[in-house]
Ligand binder design. Structure first.
Ligand code: BGC
Length: 745
């Protein structure tokens, strides 16, 4: 029976049973008017030991049990961060074959991060939360906020870039939007889980300062400011313990220091130990196979660490009911916040508003990296636009791992460009290279035919020949969510573009035709041909409306306003990870797990490049527009700041061009007198401002003492040391318009 109907039926039965002549008395746990904690305690007091254990582990691939006897519904979990995953069978990864589970695919989270727009993040959360609620899901397995430590991480596209402040600022409205629908956001993957290579066998060795300054803040913001109801542990180890039951991370930091009262869910198969599963802070064990990641007996959820083995421990006294009750309270809270929320939520699925939101977010995150005036595209009436590259054609919503989606439709760039130029110019496509010909993923089928008989040389020659009478060439390539090209489970091998694309771009540039390069990827790519092309656009996996979003930007229907959420380096070797012990980790003779040493400390992304003055292709926070902006009159309120006081920074931003557009004004802080090595600048504020031509706005930022602090591992607290600081106001980490010194007394 539908779980909501079950609840209703039980509620009515109880109501009838308890009816007095005066009024109907509901049991406390069923009374939506009673405070959450009273409902939780009441429900807990009615549960048997077996019922309590049953709610702490999976009962199917994507659900965990409720308490049917009491009318407490199951919890239904779903991937993922970019849309609601298609239904799989109860105990199989195979598709259930539903015909009504094709969702709206939203842009990948890195695309959302590139919007630098808190309102769009809220819109994203609202929409995906509505889709999840409509599909009767209680826990949405996302968003992901692991940091971009290496551009090689296969899941970079699922995360929000390389900066903890940016990711923290954007995760909060996303979580709030999702949860406003009575769906728990499950923030993942907690924590220091920054590579896919040997992700289930690698111990992250990271010092406390680095942990607290770089890898925890976005999670903390999600929990404390966003009020996240669920957190997912990660596959890797930290401190020698698996993170799905890592006492320090989960009991010490998440539940202890941050006061998280929600539920900790394991990553699928990430629970690895009977003892620690009980004591390490895990509340619900979800899984891939029988027992952690191994074994494949069917319907064997009883074998899970938190199932029969747990029950045995409780019965013979090796585990206490007190610890179990804490887990159950958290599960109950989640049930009362979601499926049994006092407010009714119905959700919406694949509504026109969702597709419109998806298109807007996708477009607003597209980053214009270079433009000599060729964009927006101007093709003469009756002219020819040559589109080259597999990514103009290949559908990208499928693939990538657990964020794989089945969408109602997906607009490819070629189709959108043809639509945009219909009746005005001819749009011709040449493939140029063969990347990934797969068209189905986990039995989600795109229906495209990507087979190709031509040789690599022929493909390049055909593209070059087609350019002969073209007015302009738009190359659309990059990565594609296949193995080692932005995909869960595998890391990339380099940041060089695969499939000979560099050579193809150079051949197209050599034709002398105007050439726009669109790089579609979820992670940084090298662009050795940057000088030879007229324009460069960084696109992302944009979801159902990705083609429209890209065409909107290329044609000027949307003025680009995205900014890079990570640094685009010139070469992988320029980055902070220099040794094998840093990445992908080393294993000593006789050891079971690989050790990965975070020797670079807090110096990742622009914190590394800027501090060391290492040139990059495009800096963090960078992105152009079809209009121009000017920052002026930047001021700090106090040149001498009292300890514990906040600083106010103001600046005027003006649209000095002739098109409406948006600029992201960024505030960085530099601590030039410190007893520990600090990055040359750190992002501590940003504001995206939409302005008409000639319009200006004064922006105010507040810097709190926390914004000036570093984490002092010895005293385990944040410390703002007296001395000189600089407030740096600019439009990227490298384009600083004003340097405002002040002294902290
Ligand atoms: C991934 C998670 C995902 C889960 C369920 C795991 O392999 O790491 O991100 O939510 O599977 O599909």
């Amino acid at each position: 029976m539908n779980k909501n109907l079950t609840c209703l039926a039980v509620a009515i039965l109880c109501a009838v049973a308890c009816k007095t002549p005066e009024k109907t008395v509901l049991p406390v746990y069923l009374d939506p008017e009673k405070p959450l904690e009273e409902r939780v305690e009441d429900a807990l007091s009615r549960m048997t030991l077996e019922e309590k254990v049953a709610v702490t582990h999976a009962q199917s691939k994507f659900s965990s049990a409720g308490v049917p006897r009491l009318g407490l519904p199951e919890l239904w979990h779903t991937d993922g961060p970019h849309g609601v995953r298609p239904e799989v069978l109860w105990d199989e990864w195979d598709q259930a074959g539903w015909t009504n589970d094709s969702c709206t695919a939203f842009p990948s989270l890195v695309n959302l991060a590139a919007t630098w727009d808190r309102d769009l993040s809220r819109l994203y959360g609202d929409c995906i939360g509505e889709e999840a609620r409509y599909r009767e899901k209680d826990i949405l397995l996302g968003p992901g906020v692991n940091m971009g430590r290496t551009p090689l991480n296969g899941r970079t596209f699922e995360y929000m870039g390389e900066d903890p402040y940016l990711a923290g600022a954007l995760v909060v409205p996303y979580v709030q939007g999702v949860q406003s629908n009575g769906v728990a956001a499950c923030v993942k993957h907690f924590a220091v889980n920054n590579q896919e290579t040997r992700r289930t066998a690698t111990n992250s060795v990271v010092d406390d300062r680095t942990l607290y300054e770089i890898y925890l803040p976005a999670f903390k913001a999600a929990v404390q400011e966003g009020g996240a109801w669920a957190v997912m542990g990660s596959y890797n180890l930290y401190n020698g313990h698996f993170n799905c039951h890592n006492d320090r991370l989960l009991n010490g930091i998440l539940k202890g220091e941050w006061g998280f009262d929600g539920v900790v869910v394991s990553d699928w198969g990430g629970c690895r130990d009977d003892d620690e599963a009980v004591t390490g802070g895990l509340d619900i064990e979800m899984g891939t196979w029988t027992n952690g990641l191994s074994g494949s007996a069917s319907d064997s959820y009883g074998n899970y660490h938190l199932a029969n083995p747990y029950l045995e421990r409780l019965r013979d006294g090796r585990a206490t009911e007190e610890v179990l009750n804490d887990k159950v309270r958290r599960v109950l809270r989640t049930i009362f916040r979601t499926g049994m929320s006092p407010e009714p939520h119905y959700g919406r699925f694949t509504s026109p508003e969702h597709f419109a939101a998806s298109r807007r977010i996708a477009a607003d995150g597209i980053v214009l990296l270079k433009n000599d005036g060729v964009l927006p595209l101007q093709v003469p009436e009756g002219g020819k636009l040559l589109v080259v590259g597999e990514n103009a054609y290949k559908m990208m919503v499928v693939g990538g791992g657990s964020s794989n989606l089945k969408t109602k439709y997906e607009v490819i760039p070629l189709e959108a460009l043809r639509e945009a130029f219909a009746g005005k110019a001819e749009v011709v496509w040449e493939r140029g290279y063969v990347g990934d010909v797969t068209t189905d993923y986990n039995k989600v089928v795109t229906g495209q035919d990507l087979s190709e008989n031509r040789s690599a040389e022929r493909l390049v020659a055909d593209a070059v020949q087609a350019a002969e009478d073209a007015d302009c060439i738009v190359f659309i390539g990059g990565l594609n969510k296949s193995d080692r090209q932005d995909n869960e489970g595998t890391d990339r091998e380099d940041i060089v573009l695969p499939y000979g694309q560099d050579g193809l771009i150079e051949a197209l540039a050599a034709t002398g035709k105007k050439l726009v390069v669109v790089n579609i990827s979820g992670s940084p790519c090298a662009m050795p041909w940057a000088e030879e092309v007229n324009a460069i656009v960084q696109g992302w996996y944009g979801g159902s409306e990705s083609g429209h979003a890209l065409a909107d930007v290329l044609t000027g229907a949307v003025n680009p306003s995205g900014k890079l959420p990570f640094t685009m380096p010139l070469a992988l070797s320029d980055g902070p990870l220099k040794t094998e012990r840093q990445y992908p980790g080393i294993r000593e003779e006789g050891e079971t797990w690989w050790q990965e040493y975070y020797d670079e400390g807090v110096f990742i992304g622009y914190r590394w490049y800027d501090t060391r003055n290492i040139p990059v292709q495009y800096p963090f926070g960078y992105g152009l527009s079809y209009t121009t902006f000017e920052l002026s009159n930047a001021r700090v309120a106090k040149t001498s700041l009292a300890p514990g006081a906040s600083q106010t920074v103001t600046v005027t931003v003006k649209n000095t061009g002739s098109a409406a557009g948006a600029e992201v004004v960024q505030l960085y802080v530099a601590d030039t007198e410190a007893s520990v090595p600090r990055p040359s600048k750190e992002l501590k504020g940003f504001e995206k401002v939409y302005l008409q031509p000639g319009e200006s706005r004064r922006i105010t930022f507040t810097l709190t003492p926390q914004d000036l602090s570093f984490f002092d591992a010895g005293s385990h607290r944040w410390v703002a040391e007296p001395g000189e600081f600089h407030a740096l106001v600019g439009t990227s980490s490298a384009d600083i318009a004003a340097d405002l010194p002040f002294t902290l007394k």
